[in-house]
Design a protein around this ligand. Sequence first.
Ligand code: ADP
Ligand code: MG
Length: 243
Amino acid sequence: MRYKTRDSDTLALSNVNLEIKEGEFVAVVGPSGCGKSTLLKLVAGLISPTAGKVIVDGNIVTKPLLNVGIVFQSPVLMKWRTVYENVSLPLEVLGIDVKSQHDHILGLLELAGIGDFAKNYPKELSGGMQQRVSICRALVHNPGILLLDEPFGALDAMTRNRMNLDLADIWAKSRKTTILITHSVAEAVFLADRVVVMSFRPGRVQAVLDVPVARPRTVETRSSPEVGQLIQKVGSYIGFEYS
Ligand code: ADP
Ligand code: MG
């Protein structure tokens, strides 16, 4: 993937070859600017590769996919809509009758731990809760693929740990094919089936490590020696400033 502007020419990704199985949870770690967000946008069909191809469900991606839900680092909620109305927005855009999905929407809010806040406005919620809303919004049209671009990067450490546990739970219940981009090696290891380590520009896949840790993943998982060793191993590829 090459970005060309009038005064710059950036080779963002080069020779990236990655296959992700249906229902798999893959985490991607790597330094800033190594093309992680670019990779997600390519998968979502939001941008087109300048060489090579992206294949989802056997089809070459040529336009934005409807079968994905995306969560960005900032929740980007509409402040004049309630939590419920923010979550139902993709349904409106897709022309799906919101009323028919009422129970589904409430179920998602419940699953994400914000069942009591359906009628609240974004400004009445903490950053962590706002991000829970954006996770619900990403899941509301029941996409096969969930793309998470540093979703917890702006949260404090305690909230982030809580969100990790809850995301593990949400994933276990929905089993979406998931790509999570994160700066936290611990988060990557805790959540994923595989961790992809990317190297700096042009972004390449430097290593892919299996995380053969039992599920469900719980608070105890985090402090297990097995997880500790994997964190060390991933960290050794990218330097410990990221762990
Ligand atoms: P990461 O998410 O890993 O921090 P990005 O995918 O955002 O990295 O960016 C990878 C590289 O591509 C960076 O050098 C960035 O400046 C460049 N880049 C990203 N988007 C654009 C764009 N729309 N136009 C030009 N360059 C871009
Ligand atoms: Mg990014």
